[in-house]
Design a binder for this molecule. Structure first.
Ligand code: 5RP
Length: 228
């Protein structure tokens, strides 16, 4: 039986094979996205592809530099041919929770530029209702931590600042210098509405609900790849 890593790798390879010569592509963050980046690097070398990446985190940037994938700065582009990323929860409408790796703000900016936004994951990420297992990751401007916490709690979320990154005391700080927290909601019956309410909170610079963004999901199951 395939291991979890083999499932993630199969999804990553399938998505990396969608990339064509001449494309500019958004490269997600996380263990599944890392398999996609690895296979893209192999294709660039073997097929001599002219592909440029836009990275969603320092983690992915360092991997790309190591593997020799040319990168553009996020701020240099406004449209991408394909964006490929992982997710923490996926519902049947392709709505997502993202941000376990604290990269959700930059991931969402890059996703918003994609003509196609492909999500890759193992089938354990599929849920009936978002919020079943995962809290909604938040990215908060440090000076706004008090007001944002109060406003998210008024919407029914139990907020906790994410602590304990290995090798660092105190809160997890994003690649953009903001505080990462998580808001645990009861299963989210109307994720589009909650997303809109979170978008309206001043000082909350990002959250992990990705609504109507993904155009394709590639799920790796024990019986092979499923797409929807
Ligand atoms: C990082 C993310 C990741 O894409 C998400 O957590 C999935 O990661 P993995 O493939 O390691 O399960 O949103 O912020």
């Amino acid at each position: 039986m395939a291991t979890l890593d083999e499932l993630k790798k199969a999804a990553g390879i399938k998505a990396a094979n969608e990339i064509q010569d001449g494309m500019t592509v958004g490269l997600g963050t996380g263990s599944t996205a890392a398999y996609m980046v690895e296979h893209l690097a192999k294709r660039i070398k073997e097929e001599n592809l002219n592909v440029v990446g836009v990275s969603t985190s320092w983690s992915t940037t360092l991997q790309c530099r190591k593997l020799g994938i040319p990168l553009k700065e996020m701020g240099e582009v406004s449209e991408l041919d394909i964006v490929i990323d992982g997710a923490d929860e996926i519902d049947k409408n392709k709505n997502l929770i993202k941000g376990r790796g604290a990269a959700h703000l930059l991931e969402k900016i890059v996703a918003s530029m994609g003509k196609r936004y492909i999500i890759i994951a193992d089938s354990g990420k599929k849920v009936n209702t978002l919020g079943e297992k995962f809290a909604v990751p938040l990215e908060i401007l440090p000076n706004a931590i008090g007001v944002v916490t109060a406003k998210v709690e008024a919407l029914g979320g139990k907020v906790s600042v994410r602590m304990g990154a290995p090798g660092k005391d105190g809160p997890v700080i994003s690649d953009s210098g903001n505080i990462i927290a998580d808001a645990k909601f009861a299963p989210i019956e109307n994720p589009a509405e909650l997303s809109k309410q979170l978008d309206g909170i001043v000082g909350l610079v990002g959250h992990g609900l990705f609504i109507n963004m993904a155009t394709q999901v590639i799920l790796a199951t024990k019986n092979g790849l499923e797409e929807f």
